[in-house]
Design a protein around this ligand. Structure first.
Ligand SMILES: [Zn+2]
Ligand SMILES: [Zn+2]
Length: 388
């Protein structure tokens, strides 16, 4: 089975929606126009139920299959928000909102899921319920977490979540996925070291905070190299050191070290935090100082579950001959991870061709990818809940 023929017929409409979203990008939770248009279109397709305001501005559509003897419910997710970037594509449908741009292709994701919703509402060739989910604030606002927090999974009894992201550098019509961690946990940390400030010419009367901080920075490099399994991945980077004095003859009282930690495995993530805390506190103690680790958890690791990943691969293979089942993970973050922490599921990359990278001012979503993405989304529903 190649792409679903219906999507060739729907393509001009889907492209028109996409270009309209592209021309009117909205940020974070402030996606009122986009969410309004999504709701209006879902209603026009005859979707059974459209609920707005989940996770502030998220939209949920319910599409019942021809039968429901399975009692199964599959959730499909798209993101709706754009980025604070000045667009430089020169497209005739370029952003009309100064300083805002759909530079991550979420306009494409939303439009593909709308296309899949229209097809599913027309055909209903499945036994169960499809939930189409349009979330705000993927870019740093944890919109998926907000929707989960509003009871998304429980309210509609969603059993599995599937989502996709376009990927520049992968040819159009190709799919790429891997089981396990596919996007990283991206966290930030700050270590506050407190010694005893004083005159630099009388170090015997001080506890040299900067010396302690330097020892901590060096020791931090043992977190990954001496603690993390060499066959797994992690990153701990100390990036900024600030002192409370800029004088040449003052031993500072307080020094702050800040940086980022990345991981592709929830266990590695926790192990790194524990090792960082142990090293910071005990290194400081050894020098008669104090250190405190302030760790800010960002998006969790996006972990593809084994069985859903196999189902996602099967559906992709029914659409395309080119399915990479062991793509290298990306160290960027993705808040679909919150949905995959709530229920099993999988996250797929679809080829966007040879375009500028995600978040680049010249990035463009490739409309030719639409039939592949929409076919995969609709295909997940038909494959996971086959018509009785
Ligand atoms: Zn992005
Ligand atoms: Zn994105």
């Amino acid at each position: 089975m190649p792409v679903k023929n219906r999507f060739a017929e729907l393509l001009p409409d889907i492209i028109a929606w996409r270009h309209d979203f592209h021309a009117h990008p909205e940020l974070q939770y402030d996606v009122h126009r986009t969410a309004g248009r999504v709701s209006e279109l879902l209603r026009s397709f005859g979707v059974d139920e459209v609920v707005e305001g989940i996770g502030q501005t998220g939209v949920v559509g319910v599409i019942r299959g021809r039968t429901d003897s399975s009692g199964r419910v599959i959730g499909l997710r798209a993101d709706m928000d754009a980025l604070p970037i000045i667009e430089a594509t020169g497209l005739d449908y370029a952003s009309t909102a100064p300083g805002r741009m759909h530079a991550c292709g979420h306009d494409g994701h939303t439009s593909m899921l709308l296309g899949a919703a229209q097809y599913l509402a027309e055909t209903r060739n499945f036994d169960g319920t499809a939930i189409v989910i349009f979330q705000p604030a993927e870019e740093g606002g944890a919109g998926a977490q907000a929707m989960i927090g509003d009871g998304l999974a429980e309210r509609w009894n969603i059993q599995e979540f599937y989502g996709l992201h376009n990927m520049p550098g992968i040819p159009v019509g190709h799919f790429a996925i891997r089981e396990g961690g596919i996007m990283a946990a991206a966290d930030e940390f700050e270590i506050t070291v407190t010694g005893k400030g004083g005159h630099a010419a009388m170090p015997n009367n001080a506890v040299d905070t900067l010396l302690v901080a330097a020892q901590i920075v060096v020791a931090m490099q043992s977190v990954v190299s001496r603690n993390v399994d060499p066959l797994k991945n992690g990153v701990v980077s100390c990036c900024v050191v600030e002192t409370d004095s800029t004088a040449h003859n003052v031993i500072p009282q307080v020094v702050k070290i800040s940086g980022t930690a990345r991981s592709l495995d929830p266990d590695v993530r926790e192990l790194q935090v524990q090792a960082m805390r142990r090293i910071a506190e005990n290194t400081a103690a050894a020098f008669g100082a104090k250190a405190e680790l302030d760790y800010h958890y960002g998006y969790p690791v996006t972990v593809n579950h084994p069985a859903p990943t196999r189902h996602a691969i099967e559906v992709a293979r029914s659409i395309s001959a080119d399915v990479d089942t062991d793509v290298a993970p990306l160290m960027g973050g993705e808040d679909f991870s919150f949905m995959l922490n709530a229920r099993p599921g999988a996250y797929m990359f679809i080829g966007n061709g040879d375009t500028a990278g995600l978040h680049h001012p010249q990035y463009t979503f490739t409309d030719e990818a639409i039939p592949f993405g929409a076919s995969w989304l609709a295909g997940m529903v038909e494959a996971r809940m086959p018509a009785a």
